[in-house]
Design a protein around this ligand. Structure first.
Ligand code: SF4
Length: 446
């Protein structure tokens, strides 16, 4: 049973030293009760209190990790229902499913295509996380051959899918030294699957007919010594998938209901139609899948899913940033202009993409504005003449150019006078307000 804020407070040192970042121990206790901070933020909790607080401080959704050679797909450890309450931590894994009754060459061709797919989005490479090998043939050797076909091409994590423990074991034997997810245990086979998962320290998928039956099954499997579970609540259509996913998340987060405190695996691929599969997967990314199994791979549909996932799982309090510095666009020469912007990723890529697309050479000076866009940073005092001048000097921009000419974003034209004072030997120009207008400005005015 979760402790209340007052109960937690009684176990804290009550010195109000503020080292945890909160003004009082009571404030910290309230945050801990709401799962919005980690107990480790207080360095003075006694070992006895730690033991008593373990239940309260443990994440309501267990962290599950599927590991292979150099790769890891994690799900769980979430503490809030809504991203704006704090943040979501572990992006749901996107897995592409192959079937062991497919020709081996077809499996290899698909895995090769998926494995080689990466798309760069605001400086990050987005990729698919791994593969599911599903047993259809009902034969251990055929299953092992399919697992081997995948593993021969990709090192990414694998989910083994069979309700027959001897077939699942054949797959496990191919993945020696890895911690796959084995899917899965049901009301009939759970003892054998629990023993297999315990033996190789793997995570175990749990399938039951209802949430009550799922809770009963997870309790039984935990009692047999397997704690790392992933639950399949069913719900293959949009409505029931949403209802079940939300109910599980609410029970885990709000009621601290441990029998359902595990990541959820969903199968949008079961929708059959590739379009509906994408819609269902998009819903599952937002509410509240841990692992998502797709039957189709198409860059045109996987790309928006990857971007959606990235955006949902970006900490809203920490904007995506690029490294401050001087960037070269289209092989700039000493006489090329120096354009200035901030290190908010979207701002940087808007400017960089417009200039790059124009084919015009330029130096792009990215200043440290704590990840804010131009106007926000200016309003917050993080993008001013002093900072811009400091960046120009700090990155030795004068050594790269023969014509000292710097272009300010039009939104901060007000800084031009001040910047002239900071950089008396530079020509200060005011560019357009919008990045899209930069190419025309560069052609006509520079
Ligand atoms: S660090 Fe610990 S002792 Fe200090 S105020 Fe926070 S909870 Fe209290």
């Amino acid at each position: 049973m979760a402790l209340t804020g007052i109960q937690i407070y009684k176990l804290l040192p009550q010195t109000n030293c503020k080292e945890c970042g909160y003004p009082t121990c009571l404030a910290f206790a309230m945050k801990l009760a709401a799962k919005q901070v980690e107990l480790s933020a207080c360095p003075y909790v006694t070992p006895e209190a730690k033991t008593q607080l373990a239940e309260s401080s443990a994440p309501p959704i267990r962290l599950i990790s599927i590991k292979s050679d150099g790769y890891e797909a994690k799900a769980g450890n979430e503490v809030v229902l809504f991203r704006h309450d704090k943040t979501f931590y572990n992006k749901p894994g996107l897995f592409i499913r192959v079937y062991d009754n497919q020709p081996v060459d077809a499996i290899k061709a698909l895995v090769t295509e998926v494995n080689g797919y990466a798309v760069n989005y605001v400086g990050m490479d987005l990729t698919v996380d791994g593969f599911v090998v599903a047993s259809m043939a009902g034969d251990a050797n055929t299953f092992a051959a399919a697992v081997q076909a995948v593993r021969g091409i990709s090192k990414r994590p694998i989910i083994l899918m069979s309700r027959d423990v001897s077939i699942a074991r054949a797959g496990v034997n191919v993945l020696k030294g890895e911690t796959p997810l084995i899917y899965g245990a049901d009301a009939k086979n759970w003892e054998a699957f629990a023993d297999l998962a315990k033996e190789i320290k793997a995570s175990l998928g749990v399938i039951a007919g209802s949430l009550a039956e799922t809770a009963e099954l997870t309790d039984k499997i935990k009692a047999r010594g397997v704690e790392d579970l992933v639950i399949d609540p069913g719900g293959r259509d949009l409505g029931s998938g949403l209802a079940l996913g939300t109910t599980i998340r609410r029970l885990a987060i709000k009621k601290n209901y441990r029998p359902l405190g595990f990541p959820v695996i969903t199968f949008p691929g079961d929708a059959g139609d590739p379009g509906m599969e994408s819609v269902h997967a998009a819903q599952a990314i937002t509410k509240y899948a841990g692992f998502i199994v797709l039957d189709h791979f198409n860059p045109a549909t996987i790309y928006p899913l990857l971007v959606l996932r990235q955006n949902i799982y970006t900490d809203p309090q920490k904007p995506i940033q690029v490294q401050p510095g001087i960037y070269e666009i289209n092989a700039p020469k000493p006489e090329s202009p120096v354009l200035v912007t901030t290190n908010f990723s979207f701002t940087y890529f808007s400017v960089a993409n417009e200039v790059e697309g124009s084919g015009l050479p330029a130096w792009l000076l990215v200043t440290d504005a704590e990840g804010m866009s131009v106007l926000t940073a200016w309003a917050a005092g993080k993008f001013d003449a002093e900072r811009i001048a400091k960046a120009i000097k700090g990155f030795n921009v004068a050594d790269k150019v023969s014509r000292k000419r710097v272009v300010l974003p039009g939104h901060v034209a007000v800084l031009s006078g001040e910047l002239e004072g900071e950089l008396p030997d530079w020509e200060i120009r005011v560019g357009p307000r919008e990045a899209v207008d930069l190419p025309a400005f560069m052609k006509q005015a520079l």
